[in-house]
Design a protein around this ligand. Structure first.
Ligand code: A3P
Length: 287
């Protein structure tokens, strides 16, 4: 299949047609964000599914019913995807969403609302690795080719939702003040309990010690891989082939070391550093 069979272009970004249509993007543009909405924003493969597990638990006082009974894509829907219109009426306040959209493309109601944002970043080398395996298992994305070829596409932004650096720069440079909380995938791996405490505080939700401990255990990688509502095994194999690579694949920091040659590492670092020049953006690059 060619790229034009698989993707549509939206403000210069490639979006997979399977979940993004002209209509869903119009719906997104006119979406009425509410003041008590919470939106987890990520570049793809940075921890979106993880946030779809965490947010309902923290927002509902540790009630496990939603995460054990509703698939993640309906429980915490994407603002920009076609299914959202079908499930929106079933969401109770405070609503939680995820989005991969760049900051300046958010719906206008978002900017005038008081909705809170949690922006999750992940080491781009691990994002690339995760995305490479995802492209191998997802039939709605292009064949990634070999790892070096895919790295070139990633650096050029010829992948879904465009360049990683553009995404990060757009969300690191907002007027949102204390409406936005920045966390990293690496912090969550290192101290999930501590990050959940920070998120709870940011959301103004107090969970008692025992509840927070249970929520933390439930959101650990091993537990999440067993949750059918979150591990994408409900998706037909023709769409996502877990035999090629499970969606919840390794859930670790530093898998890039198993994929990058030293030549690619230098090239990748140089390209990313060049694009981040003049910003104060830093990440735990070498973990
Ligand atoms: P890997 O492919 O490196 O394993 P997204 O949800 O944004 O598409 O990101 C998917 C990545 O987040 C995958 O990375 C997946 O395993 C990881 N992930 C999801 N839940 C996780 C968890 N509870 N702990 C650690 N990693 C998790």
């Amino acid at each position: 299949m060619t790229d034009s069979d698989l993707y549509l272009f939206y403000h210069g970004l490639l979006l997979p047609k399977i979940v993004h249509t002209e209509d869903s993007l119009k719906y997104f543009e006119w979406f009425q964000v509410q003041d008590d909405d919470v939106i987890a924003v990520t570049y793809p493969k940075s921890g979106t599914t993880w946030m779809q597990e965490i947010l309902p638990l923290l927002l509902n006082g540790g009630d496990f019913t939603p995460v054990l009974t509703i698939p993640n894509w309906d429980r915490v829907p994407w603002l920009e995807e076609s299914r959202t219109a079908q499930v929106i009426d079933k969401l109770s306040a405070p609503r939680a969403f995820v989005s991969h959209m760049h900051y300046h493309l958010m719906p206008s109601s978002f900017f005038s609302s008081k909705a809170k944002v949690i922006y999750v970043t992940r080491n781009p080398k691990d994002v690339l690795v995760s995305s490479f395996h995802f492209h191998q298992m997802a039939s709605f994305l292009h064949d990634p080719g070999n790892f070096e070829e895919f790295a070139d596409k990633f650096l050029a932004g010829n992948v879904f939702f465009g360049k990683w650096t553009d995404h990060v720069k757009s969300w690191r440079n907002t007027d949102l003040g204390d409406r936005i909380l920045y966390i990293t995938y690496e912090e969550m791996i290192q101290d999930l309990h501590g990050v959940l405490e920070r998120i709870s505080f940011f959301l103004g939700k107090h969970l008692n010690k025992d509840t927070l401990k249970h929520v933390t255990e439930h959101c650990e990688f091993k537990t999440m891989t067993q949750n059918k509502m979150s591990n994408y095994t409900l998706v037909p194999q023709t769409v996502m082939d877990a035999q090629k690579s499970p969606f919840l694949r390794k859930g670790i920091v530093g898998d890039w070391r198993n994929h990058f040659s030293s030549v690619l590492e230098s090239k990748f670092n140089a390209a990313i550093f060049e694009e981040l020049k003049g910003t104060d953006i830093t990440f735990p690059w070498d973990e």
